[in-house]
Ligand binder design. Structure first.
Ligand SMILES: Cc1cc2nc3c(=O)[nH]c(=O)nc-3n(C[C@H](O)[C@H](O)[C@H](O)COP(=O)(O)O)c2cc1C
Length: 207
């Protein structure tokens, strides 16, 4: 299950979703109300519940006709993923706003994204949160510690440069973070070049 909350960094969400679709994985998707603002701001595209398949296809640049994607409205607290009995393998919240981190950490369940994340935590399934805020307050850090203690993988949107070197493009840096999310979910991918113990290999490959 993928939750997209209203932090900056919608390319991270798009990269994770694209990789899951390309890998033929089933995806349950919830997009918070605030995330619709960040998607609009960062891409110029709308994301509407009533037209989600078309809007998602445009956002991802993928034909989703045969993709196994189910969209759930963020306000639908009776949706399948609001229950632990609904079959999902785990959840990633990408990007994760400080508000979403706080809500999940304290069990607020103010919308389906927060409820589904809490459900996955209580069911002891893999939960990955990708916070995107800087700098952070003590309260932000405390919520991340609470999420860590509850079993979540806290995976800040903090790309490494060892995959593509110092001249890495924005897309390569986005793919680095997306690849780490897929690693945490146990999904195979080729989004970045893995460290193989050789200094400068990324630069040599790019040269
Ligand atoms: C354009 C835009 C960018 C934002 N960027 C961030 C951000 O990077 N990190 C963050 O924690 N909140 C950010 N916010 C604020 C959140 O959207 C806001 O806290 C909201 O309540 C989050 O709700 P959600 O967790 O339900 O998506 C941004 C808001 C807007 C409109």
């Amino acid at each position: 299950m993928i939750g997209v909350s209203g932090a900056s960094g919608t390319p991270y969400a798009a990269a994770v979703l694209r990789a899951l679709v390309d890998a033929g994985e089933a995806v349950d998707l919830v997009v918070s109300r605030a995330a619709r603002l960040t998607i609009l701001d960062e891409t110029g595209l709308p994301f509407r519940d009533g037209r989600w398949r078309d809007d998602l296809a445009q956002w991802l640049g993928r034909d989703l006709a045969t993709a196994d994607v189910v969209h759930w409205a963020a306000g639908d607290l009776a949706a399948g993923p609001s229950s632990g009995s609904y079959p999902v393998r785990g959840m990633a919240v990408v990007p994760a706003s400080t508000a979403a981190c706080a809500g999940i950490a304290i069990g607020l369940s103010k919308d389906l994204l927060q409820r589904a994340a809490e459900v996955n935590l209580k069911e002891r399934r893999p939960v990955v949160v990708v916070p995107r805020e800087t700098p952070v307050t003590r309260s932000h850090l405390e919520h991340l510690i609470a999420l860590y203690d509850a079993g979540a993988v806290v995976l800040p949107a903090s790309p490494g440069f060892y995959g593509a070197g110092a001249t890495a493009s924005a897309a390569q840096l986005v793919d680095f973070v997306a690849g780490k999310v897929l690693d945490a979910l146990g999904v195979e991918h080729h989004l970045f070049r893995r460290w193989a113990g050789e200094l400068g290999a990324a630069r040599a490959e790019g040269a």
